[in-house]
Ligand binder design. Structure first.
Ligand SMILES: [Zn+2]
Length: 429
């Protein structure tokens, strides 16, 4: 297939160029100012539309996709831990195979519609653990996106639940990666994991040569619990259990100190900033000035990375950071760096040989668009309403605003019914 007449904008380093792309199989095989169609080749004239690399959601929970509009708890939660206890831990307990599958489908559809092609997911469904990751994979692959999946290991459902969580991560990793999907090892957070549990997780990461995806210092309660029970800070605790390093994805870091962040990132660990979630849970403001190896995550809200980047920017400005512009842009690019490291593919560029993971945006800039001001257009101009088409591994999963892989209307009709049943089950838990 030949994509002609595109305005190609790459982010790392920023570049803007009018060009055509030839796509064969899963990859871009040629890029040039005016490629000539081969005999019988499908040609798509993009009429100057903007093409960017597919965006990366570095932390989310697809299982929360059916939570939108659900009735809240009778008594409003008064703290972060109460939000978990009264909302999310009731929702995840009510999930069974079908609702896990449908959440995955609807979450992936929304991601495709937002131009997000890679999802780092953190899954929990304590009543349906075994086989849950294969179920999420089936859903996300059906829509056609890439994902890195893990099961949230935690002690909160007893040792049996913990062991089942570890076993699910192990089984999924043992099944091996596919073109679109790979496994990681998931852990909830320090405050729901004993020393023995962390050792088990460390063993699993080591044995499978895999990665760890864990919430760290989202709320002050996590920090206080760690100090009180283990007499150390969170980063120190992870380090003691061999859980720091380039294989570690630490989510939030809202209450980590500058030294802790330096320490963690010096080991190669990634820090994921989820500003909209942090605001929604009123957990505080992440010390983003110390974020170096950072990417953005939506933490279950949706997979709209342009919205997340804009809020990251505004949050940093609001906190008085003069370099917020560059920092927010860098975090968006950080998603590509993370995905490249984990998937071993050049997912952030649109050069010859790169995977054909891209987004076509109906964006007609009212001002010049140049490499120097690309961040300004991304943070102030572009939003998901501009997403016309999304391609992953050479296949349009969204083309001219229609899903090509699944019957979206039929899926949504099903999810509305399933959501109602899920909310009813929640009330009984
Ligand atoms: Zn999370």
């Amino acid at each position: 297939m030949l994509l002609r007449n595109a305005t190609i904008a790459t982010l790392d380093p920023p570049g803007v160029e009018k060009a055509s792309l030839r796509i064969e199989g899963e990859r871009i095989v040629e890029r040039g100012p005016s490629l000539v169609p081969a005999a019988g080749e499908e040609v798509l004239d993009l009429e100057g539309a903007l093409v960017v690399p597919g965006l990366v959601n570095a932390h989310t929970h697809l299982y929360s996709a059916l939570a939108r509009g659900m009735p809240g708890p009778e008594e409003p939660p008064r703290s972060f831990v109460e939000i978990l206890e009264k909302v999310w831990w009731r929702l995840d307990r009510a999930l069974e195979e079908e609702s896990v599958y449908l959440s995955g489908l609807v979450g992936a559809i929304e991601a495709a519609r937002s131009g997000t092609t890679v999802i780092f997911d953190h899954h929990a469904s304590p009543s349906f653990i075994r086989g849950s990751l294969a179920t999420v994979r089936r859903a996300v692959e059906e829509v056609g996106l890439r994902s890195a999946l893990c099961y949230e290991t935690t002690d909160r459902n007893g040792l049996e639940g913990r062991d089942a969580g570890i076993a699910e991560n192990r089984a999924f990793l043992a099944a091996g990666r596919s073109t679109l999907t790979l496994g990681m090892v998931g852990a909830h957070a320090s405050f729901t994991l004993s020393d023995e549990s962390l050792d088990r997780l460390s063993e699993t990461v080591r044995e499978a040569s895999s990665n760890l995806h864990v919430h760290v210092a989202e709320d002050r309660a996590d920090v206080e619990d760690c100090r009180k029970r283990y007499g150390k800070g969170l980063v120190e605790r992870l380090k003691c259990h061999g859980l720091l390093g380039p294989h570690a994805i630490l989510v939030h870091g809202v209450h980590l100190t500058e030294e802790e962040l330096q320490d963690a990132q010096a080991s190669g660990a990634w820090v994921i900033h989820c500003p909209r979630s942090n605001m929604n849970n009123a957990v505080g403001h992440a010390p983003t000035a110390a974020f170096r190896r950072a990417a953005l995550g939506t933490d279950g809200l949706d997979s709209d990375m342009l919205a997340e980047a804009r809020v990251a920017f505004l949050g940093m400005r609001d906190a008085g950071r003069a370099d917020a512009f560059a920092a927010a842009f860098d975090m968006l690019v950080g998603g590509h760096r993370l995905a490249e490291a984990f998937f071993g593919l050049p997912l952030g560029n649109l050069e010859t040989g790169a995977p054909a993971d891209l987004v076509v945006l109906d964006y007609r800039p009212p001002t010049p668009l140049t490499p120097a001001n690309l961040a300004g257009h991304l943070l102030f101009g572009l939003d998901r309403s501009h997403v016309r088409s999304t391609m992953v591994a050479g296949r349009f999963v969204l083309r001219d605003r229609r899903l090509t892989t699944v019957d979206e209307a039929a899926v949504l009709a099903r999810t509305r019914v399933a959501a109602d049943a899920l909310w009813e089950r929640m009330q009984r838990l």
